[in-house]
Write a protein of this length. Structure first.
Length: 242
């Protein structure tokens, strides 16, 4: 059996790019979607064309019970994962004084709650099978610097950084690495509404990043050459706010 990696939120955007890049580099991929099953199936076909195996799990990462049930059953049927990429996330921007309860709760429960909900059923099987695995979380430049209109999103992404660093300490003796990738402005559904020309002026490299550039770093962190790197936050941001 090849090394399997679960990539959450992998039906589109950065998650799709990560899943495809990992497959191109020899990993079998467990895709995940919340609603876009057809899109996930299209990604699955692309992965299968690389010669790698793929299957799809469908659940909402903020639904703790479903996460546990579906992931546990998948591991029971197919074995423990070698790696996990926690990519699934949402943004619901608003200035804080008028931010609604649901805008706060949904973003925190999805982005930060998903960390607990997805990893809790994953880690013990890794340990029990003595897998020296890889966990990569996705934060954001907003989690490092904060951003106007994103108090909820920044809080969730900053929380992921703290959780990543703490979990890395707990799992280091098991040979399981836990690292965080913090993208800057990357071509995706989340950034397509931005005033691109104005944003480029703020970026030292004067361009928007690509999902594939993020995926390349995730792929490195999944490999043997990164086995002594853990608890780190690595930015992919073209020099923005470095």
């Amino acid at each position: 059996m090849g090394k399997e990696i679960l990539v959450t939120g992998s039906s589109r955007g950065i998650g799709k790019e990560i899943a495809l890049y990992l497959a191109e580099n020899g990993f079998d991929i467990v895709l995940h979607c919340r609603n876009n099953l057809q899109q996930a199936q299209e990604v699955q076909k692309l992965i299968q064309k690389t010669g790698q195996k793929s299957r799809i799990l469908q659940f909402d990462v903020k639904d703790r019970k479903k996460c546990f049930e579906i992931i546990t059953e998948d591991i029971k049927q197919n074995g423990a994962y070698f790696g996990v990429v926690l990519n699934a996330g949402i943004a619901m921007d608003n200035v804080f004084p008028i931010m609604t309860e649901s805008e706060w709760d949904d973003v925190i429960d999805t982005n930060l709650g998903g960390f607990y909900n997805v990893l809790r059923p994953v880690i013990m099987p890794m340990i029990e099978n003595r897998i020296k695995g890889r966990i990569v979380t996705l934060s954001s430049i907003s989690g490092l610097r904060g951003n106007r209109g994103q108090v909820n999103y920044s809080a969730s992404k900053a929380g992921i950084i703290g959780a990543t660093k703490a979990l890395a300490l707990e799992l280091a003796k098991r040979g399981i690495t836990v690292n965080c990738v913090a993208p800057g402005v990357i071509e995706s559904d989340m950034t397509k509404e931005l005033p691109v020309d104005e944003v480029k002026k703020l970026i030292p490299m004067k361009r928007i990043g690509t999902g594939r550039e993020v995926a390349s770093l995730v792929n490195y962190l999944m490999g043997e050459d990164s086995s002594y790197i853990t608890g780190q936050v690595i930015s992919v941001n073209g020099g923005l706010y470095s």
